[in-house]
Write a protein that binds this ligand. Sequence first.
Ligand code: ADP
Ligand code: ZN
Ligand code: ZN
Length: 719
Amino acid sequence: MPSILQVALDTPLHRLFDYRLPAQLDPVPSGSLVEVPFGRTLQIGVALERQSDSAIVADKLRDVIRVLDDRPALSPDILHLAQFCADYYHYPLGAILLATLPPRLRNAAPFMAGKPWLTVTEAGQTAEPPTRARAQRALLDALRAAPQARETLRLRKQGRHAAALVTAGWAEWSRLPPAAGHALPTQAAPAATVEQQAALDRLLPVLGTFSVHLIHGVTGSGKTELYLRLIDVVLATGQQVLVLIPEIALTPQLEQHFRRRFPGRRIATLHSGLNETARAENWLAAPDCDVLLGTRLSVFAPLPRLGLIVVDEEHDASFKQQDGLRYSARDVAIARGKQADIPVVLGSATPSLESYAQALNGRYQLIELRQRAISQAQLPDIELVDLKHIPVDNGLTRPALQALTDTLARGEQSLVFLNRRGYAPALYCPSCAWVSPCPRCSARLVLHRTSHRLKCHHCGFETRIPPECPSCGNPDLKALGQGTQRLEETLAARLPAARIRRIDRDTMRPRAWAELGEAVHGGQVDILVGTQMLAKGHDFPNMTLALILDTDGALYSPDFRATERLFAQLMQVAGRAGRADKPGRVLIQTAFPDHPLFRYLQRHDYAGYARALLAERKQLDLPPFTRQVLLRAEATTMDAALAFLQHAAALAPDTAGVSVFGATPAPMARVANLERAQLLVQSAQRQALQAFVRDWRPQLERIKPRIARWSLDVDPLVF
Ligand code: ADP
Ligand code: ZN
Ligand code: ZN
């Protein structure tokens, strides 16, 4: 009787595939990666169940070609977590399983797990290289301070010296940047504040069982410090900790902070800023690490001794993947915590309303930190500048300019926040009203003056700045509105003495964060201009003014989450001002100073605003009081996209308590030459909605004519 192996493959099909397992390959543990023929190609898949027979006729069955034994099998807990995602997100299991792996490990090329870190040995700690070997001495000194990455050594052309130190027995290669040991100056924990201690008293007893805790703590209240203390206790039991952080918050400073606090512990990182080799190496090293610090994708990392998951800035939108498997890493983290029976700690100064509602209704434990940890650090005053009564010149009002001038005169730093990168949101023709449309999207091309180009921020289309209006030939085109580049230019003209730095996605690279942090701390920057990226994770004690321009779009947006997001952003920005012993000030320019959002903001009252928004959501039957699934369709014409959705609506099962809304064009109706439409399905009961989609999805696959693309988005965040 042939031995049949069920294999999960990365295909859009919701099924597994049977292969014959040649005896010489046996045994194949479940979760192993195997290479199999698929159609006319070879594919990498994941071995699952063994069966004694197959529904496929024997002569159609094909053989497993080989087992990739240069990489470990996916562990049972990851298989289990992927199955949860397949059920909950209605996405094919094989596609999920392969997506949990770093790209380098899902292709067939052999992967040799390298040893990318050069570290000092015991002998190297005290060794004295000859005086003339200057470069070797310098490298050894550097190694005593911290392990060095192979890649860095290569860039600095230190490979030869590294080899010499290894030969001498003073250094060695290793897989993980090992524990800092006595090399890095270690950092002792400060005495816990009263609130931190109260939080620990509640958290420590629950270690070892599943529970979800929401730490709502004002910026600077010491949430990070609280995680560190909790992590310390978990590590002492020999368990591992997974710390999830937003995409851009993983700064080298945060990593250093962890290393200093946990000398003797192995800390690994996983994020998209790493190259593919480093990502694969860190993933392979994850089972041996003590703390894994990573972004969204690390929620699927192999951690056999996991004892705690922390999700920092849990409200952050980067935890939700916006294509392929549209999962929320926060929600998957909770599922993982449940499966592993360990606690999950969510933290934020501005929790998502989803999490906050769960805390209010008692499903999550709410832990509040109301005071800043450093007692003299006061929350800043928040003032509004009424644009209906005060004139604006190039995006800036006189009070705003005055505040910048005063701050500069005191030798303190300011932050100017404008959520639009580029020079100006559009180029405009005053004679015919042409406004730089993207030829492929329903969006405007953004003017980038430094690179002399018009760019689409949605599809990536770029073109030269036209010398004249493409529509009427008028040579006198104007920049319309404000972007960060133009703001930087205006500020430089008004405040010639100020040293200005601009930070946005156009200027940021992972290293740039570290460098920027040093420049700000070192007092080499007076004014930092940037987009919302600036709002996160930094602690600049001399930053006493935050100026916020142009938030009004979000106040009356059709997106029901726009005010929640704006409030969170403003609270975070306000949290940047005046964190140490100097009082901070926040100035917001707005044409709607009477909007209720500002009342709560001025009182630093997250809880009050959250309750007000929740009351509104409840009345309107919106999340978190209902659950949503969005069916998205993309086609070459809007008619085709809408027809697909109407067909889908007609096939909808009749499930009690589930409402199917009408098909509508998406708010961004065209992106990259495809027309986009969507259909919303909603229910107050998650179970009912899940059952509905389970019945519905297979029907969608049969709809003719086919369109370019469709997908289901469970718990959609953007529409
Ligand atoms: P959050 O993550 O809530 O914004 P942090 O943990 O970064 O806050 O703490 C804010 C500041 O307060 C940091 O400079 C930190 O070192 C300091 N801090 C935190 N907890 C304590 C404590 N118990 N004693 C003294 N300083 C503390
Ligand atoms: Zn024109
Ligand atoms: Zn475009």
